[in-house]
Ligand binder design. Structure first.
Ligand code: SF4
Length: 281
């Protein structure tokens, strides 16, 4: 059996974000973690995946960050909650990784998406990586819950071509039960993106019995429709692909018996967004 010295380091690239990855950064001293967060010279990544077609336009390389302060009941990547589960990666190594795909991404009208976890937990690293991508002429997208949007300056927002903004509900009490956090900072960030005319694709995860309340969806739709910068809405059907992670991590999973929404329900939710003048899929 190999000991710790002979075990090769985890590869940066994963087959998919559904691969369970834990404790990849456990040996990084606390002081180095703090320095990394302050400078952005190093980040903690769950993985890089390639060929994604659902995380922004075209074919994309996606870097999945570790670290999230939310606790969504339907989270399919709870192994990304803890930053110490991420692989420590210097910004230059991450940029080199991106460089490999530069030509292919251009040909396929794609780009680079930073997702998570919550990428803005590592906002300095995110900014450095986006800046590097823009220097290479790569389209950039940030997938975020928006809670830490105020960590980005107006100038830094310009290095992000598209924000994939996850709005998880409307009613504040229900939102807090679902995510553990307040919705207000997300909405503030959404308004700021609108003021600055930054393109947004809104994402709404549809969970039967949890996020399928008509008034909630209609309120999100009315809000998004009034912003003027929401190019499309993706209604994402809840699925159970992350269930095994909750079990493996010893977490209590409350959606064990929740079924994915049927096609008609997804279609109905899309129509609620359509009624607010939005493209929704
Ligand atoms: S914000 Fe995303 S990564 Fe964080 S708990 Fe919610 S679904 Fe999971």
């Amino acid at each position: 059996m190999p000991n710790a010295r002979t075990v090769p380091p985890a590869p940066l690239e994963a087959k998919s974000p559904y691969e369970l990855r834990v404790k990849l950064g456990k040996d990084v001293p606390e002081s180095e973690v703090r320095e990394a967060l302050a400078t952005g010279d190093m980040g903690f990544l769950h993985s890089f995946t390639t060929g994604a077609t659902v995380d922004g336009p075209g074919v994309r390389v996606v870097a999945w960050t570790a670290g999230c302060m939310w606790r969504c009941l339907y989270c399919h990547n709870p192994d990304t909650w803890n930053m110490a589960n991420g692989l420590p990666v210097s910004v230059s190594r991450a940029a080199e990784e991106l460089r490999k795909y530069r030509q292919g991404l251009k040909i396929m009208s794609g780009g680079f998406t930073l997702s998570g976890g919550e990428p803005l937990m590592q906002h300095r690293f995110a900014v450095k990586l986006f800046t590097a991508a823009k220097t290479m002429g790569i389209h950039t997208a940030l997938d975020t819950n928006g809670f830490l949007g105020d960590k980005l300056s107006d100038a830094e927002l310009e290095s992000i071509d598209l924000v994939l903004l996850d709005i998880k509900g409307w009613d504040p009490a229900r939102h807090r039960r679902l995510t553990g956090m307040d919705i207000a900072p997300t909405l503030t960030f959404a308004r700021r993106l609108a003021e600055r005319r930054r393109p947004v694709w809104l994402r709404y995860v549809l969970v039967p019995g949890l996020t399928d309340d008509f008034d909630d969806i209609a309120s999100v739709a009315a809000f998004a429709g009034g912003l003027g910068n929401v190019e499309r809405v993706d209604v994402l059907p809840f699925h159970q692909m992350g269930k095994f992670k909750w079990k493996a991590l010893g977490l209590s999973y409350t959606l064990e018996n929740t079924e994915p929404p049927d096609v008609e329900t997804v279609d109905w939710a899309c129509k609620v967004f359509h009624a607010a003048g939005l493209k929704a899929y």
